[in-house]
Design a protein around this ligand. Structure first.
Ligand code: NAI
Ligand code: MG
Length: 367
């Protein structure tokens, strides 16, 4: 069995606490022979700043480039509120995303049956939901130039953001979406607004070309982004994979994620390009939540988002879908058995546990 190089960056606050539970799950995977890892660990965020004056050291960056995948907990906290902007904890995470060119942000929205009643939508709309948003993360209106506020006549000002997409950026995110769809239910919905935006015209055209050339076996539908927002709330189970740009993806992925539950439940992946020589794809997996200073140190954080992020790493970086399935089944089983951390305590469970108690329940379920 191949040994995979995994870099753990626990970070700050509850990042450290939820990473401790992931380490136990990794230990279990190795024990039963489902996976084999060479593990390194380093600092990121405030903890790195305290150690070396930077939110990520050059040594940690080198390790990040060498790793097959990175698991990151969370960064930040009030302790570093007065640190210079460039050295603030969040800058460490942003540098990782930017330097590794992690252009594809994957946010799954899975409805665990035991939490169906926790959604703001009716259980029958949400039960069985399993969709994935693939959001372009390094281009579009958040980065396009010019980006400025300028003075114009009569004391008026003009603000400008520029939506820029080049065809290679659309092509590579489309490929990620089609590849992943093949491992799921083989259906992609591409979202843009070609009716009012030139970038939408190019988006639709490039996605269609990539589809025709290399992915004709995958189902493809184009939806206008506003209509897609409506459909996500009206009938979310129609979706398998949604691929969209940075801005629409920011909005649609928050909508989709919150259909299903708490911040403490939501994993994510950020993927880079497949390197030509090694065939390796850079990838960072992290929970959607932050360092949660309000509960840090109390041992009550929900580790499921972090553990779900490990499952995504197994699936997307290591092609270990059996191991990923086992972890996701254990999450569902633990919830079905009634175990709840504080953030999901009001959702029909019977046993409120802390972070390590949830880890215990997960390991028992895995066994
Ligand atoms: P947050 O996600 O840390 O917390 C928001 C709320 O959700 C808090 O009440 C927290 O207790 C709760 N929460 C979050 N994760 C939870 C979990 N696993 N289990 C139970 N409850 C959970 O966001 P906030 O408070 O806005 O930011 C706190 C710090 O984290 C800031 O310094 C911020 O910059 C940083 N941050 C870092 C992120 C990252 O590392 N990717 C993402 C978001 C925020
Ligand atoms: Mg957002």
């Amino acid at each position: 069995m191949a040994t995979h190089k995994l870099l753990l960056l626990p970070g700050d606050g509850i990042g450290v606490e939820v990473m401790a539970e992931v380490k136990r799950v990794i230990g279990w995977l190795e024990k039963v022979g489902l996976a084999s890892f060479a593990i390194e660990e380093d600092l990121v965020g405030g903890s790195a700043y305290d150690s070396c004056g930077q939110p990520i050291s050059e040594g940690a960056m080198k390790r990040a480039f060498e790793a097959d995948a990175i698991l990151l907990g969370a960064v930040g906290g009030p302790k570093w509120a007065d640190v210079a902007y460039e050295a603030r904890p969040e800058a460490g995470l942003l540098r990782l995303r930017k330097d590794l060119e992690l252009f594809a942000n994957l946010r799954p929205a899975i409805c665990y049956p035991a939490l169906a009643s926790a959604s703001s939508l009716k259980p029958e709309i949400i039960e069985g939901l399993d969709l994935l948003i693939v959001r372009e993360l390094t281009g579009g209106v958040y980065f396009g130039k010019p980006k400025e506020i300028v003075d114009i006549a009569d004391g008026q000002k003009r603000a400008i953001d520029t939506q820029v997409y080049e065809s290679y950026e659309i092509e590579r995110i489309a490929r990620v979406a089609f590849e992943i769809a093949r491992t799921r239910r083989n259906k992609v919905v591409s979202c843009e607004k070609h009716n009012v935006m030139k970038s939408g015209v190019l988006w639709k055209q490039v996605v269609s070309e990539v589809h025709a050339a290399d992915y004709a076996d995958v189902g493809l539908e184009h939806q206008l982004a506003d209509s897609c927002g409506m459909q996500l709330v009206r009938a979310p189970k129609q979706f398998d994979v949604i691929v969209t740009d940075n801005l629409f993806g920011d909005i649609l992925s928050d909508v989709a994620a919150m259909l299903t539950g708490s911040l403490g439940m939501l994993p994510s992946a950020s993927l880079g390009a497949v390197e030509e020589i090694s065939g390796k794809r850079r990838a960072l997996y992290e929970p959607v939540h932050g360092a949660a200073p309000d509960i840090a140190g109390k041992g009550v954080a929900n580790p499921i988002a972090m553990i779900g992020s490990l499952a995504m790493a197994l699936r997307y970086s290591f092609n270990l879908s059996e191991a990923a399935d086992r972890i996701e089944a254990a999450i569902a089983g633990t919830l079905a058995a009634g175990f709840r951390t504080g953030d999901i305590a009001g959702t029909g469970g019977s046993t409120v546990v802390g972070t390590s108690g949830m880890g215990d329940a997960m390991l028992a379920e895995l066994d």
